[in-house]
Design a protein. Structure first.
Length: 401
């Protein structure tokens, strides 16, 4: 789904609901004022081992206010229960309104629960046709309850999170890196390994990159009590939805490249001799993977072609453009090859999960062999060979010295 459409839908949600109020011709119409619209749903582990904390971010129509801003009241409700269905029943009984999921666009799994199998908690929402393709699912730092309690830049943090997650992928296609309920159902049905983006509400005054060397984002508010949303990495899962480990933000950026067709992002490269660092913007990336079998072991060759333009090269080679561009191409090629190879090795030996999508490529190219060997996939994948080929082209522009 195109993230621009999602942004427009989130921005106009209050207006849409206001129009629904006015169509009836009566501001206190029982049908609309008897509903509460769920914008976001979160799940956390509860203190009781047999229960969960389910958080609902609700937009509730308010009688007697004709302004767009006043027509809706946003609130969070957390219900401790054994299943989402039971929690919804309790919530409807306590607030005296029908719970409506037509506007549900974000499902957040708290950090503690994300380290366990949780996918069964999403089944109820998948059964709703209008929800399964529009609802992004992600994990967060800390608890989902605290995430939804963070003050939002917009009308609701659920809508802001949906926009942030969808806009993280340039393509907005069904095979995007952002997972929705439909794509989650597909990977679980196919017994594929997968990963979920990790989103956090962070302090905008302490955001930083390598210079701060922060392994975890600062989730406290700034002096004005404000937050920004940040994609800080991903959580990797096995074929049955079991947790396998974490992916860092730089590793997630590499996965975007391998997924193909990335047309944004900045590559950092460095001259190991001089210590100088320079940056290039990705204009186009294409990736293809070859698959074969040798002595009963799969062999994958990842071929990545990246086209960049100079973003910030400083005084590299005193502004000798031709020499700088040629050297940049060499540095970027070596850097990307090394980093992707490290990620591939981590995928095989540490995570035991082919987050690079290699399992699906093997199934497509050698379906008969994969079918016979699928029960031993984790063992086979740990012994597989993965080779990375990177070709980088730096086009002109941006070098002024």
């Amino acid at each position: 789904m195109n993230y621009r459409k999602i942004a427009i839908r989130a921005a106009f949600l209050p207006i849409v609901l206001l129009c629904m109020l006015s169509v009836s011709g009566c501001w206190d119409n029982a049908e609309i004022n008897g509903r509460a619209f769920v914008l976001g749903f979160g799940a956390d582990k509860a203190q009781n081992d047999n229960a969960y904390d389910f958080t609902f971010q609700l937009a509730i129509p308010v009688s007697g206010d004709s302004s767009t801003e006043g027509a809706l009241e946003y609130t969070n409700c957390t219900v401790t229960d054994q299943s989402p269905a039971s929690a919804i029943r309790t919530l409807e009984k306590d607030i005296g309104r029908q719970i409506n999921f037509e506007q549900l666009n974000t499902i957040i799994i708290g950090e503690g629960l994300s380290h366990e199998k949780f996918t069964h908690l999403t089944e109820l929402f998948f059964r709703r046709a209008s929800v399964r393709r529009q609802s992004s699912i992600a994990v967060c730092s800390g608890s989902a309850k605290d995430f939804f309690s963070s003050p939002s830049m917009g009308s609701s943090i659920a809508s802001d999170a949906s926009i942030a997650l969808q806009s993280y992928d340039d393509r907005g296609r069904a095979d995007s890196v952002t997972m929705n309920l439909y794509s989650l159902f597909k990977v679980l049905s196919n017994k594929d390994e997968f990963y979920l983006l990790k989103i956090s509400a962070v302090n905008p005054d302490t955001m930083g990159g390598d210079i701060n060397n922060q392994s975890e984002p600062d989730t406290s508010p700034n002096s004005d009590g404000k937050y920004l949303l940040s994609i800080s990495g991903a959580a990797a899962y096995g074929r049955s939805g079991e947790y396998r480990g974490e992916l860092t933000e730089p590793e997630l950026e590499l996965l975007r490249l391998i997924s193909g067709n990335q047309i944004s992002g900045i590559i950092k490269s460095a001259d190991t001799q001089s210590g100088k660092t320079f940056y290039y913007q990705i204009k186009q990336s294409d990736c293809s993977t070859e698959c074969s079998k040798s002595h009963g072991v799969p062999r994958f060759v990842i071929n990545l072609n990246v086209r960049c333009t100079a973003a910030d090269v400083g005084d590299l080679y005193n502004g000798e453009s031709d020499r700088s561009i040629e050297f940049a191409e060499q540095c970027i090629t070596k850097s990307l090859t090394r980093e992707i190879q490290l990620l591939a090795d981590k995928s095989r030996t540490v995570l035991g999960s082919s987050v690079l999508g290699l399992q699906d490529i093997l199934r497509q190219n050698m379906p008969d062999w994969y079918e016979q060997s699928s029960d031993r996939w984790e063992e086979i994948y740990s012994k597989s060979e993965i080779k990375v080929n990177v070709e980088c082209t730096v086009t002109g522009g941006g070098i002024t010295k």
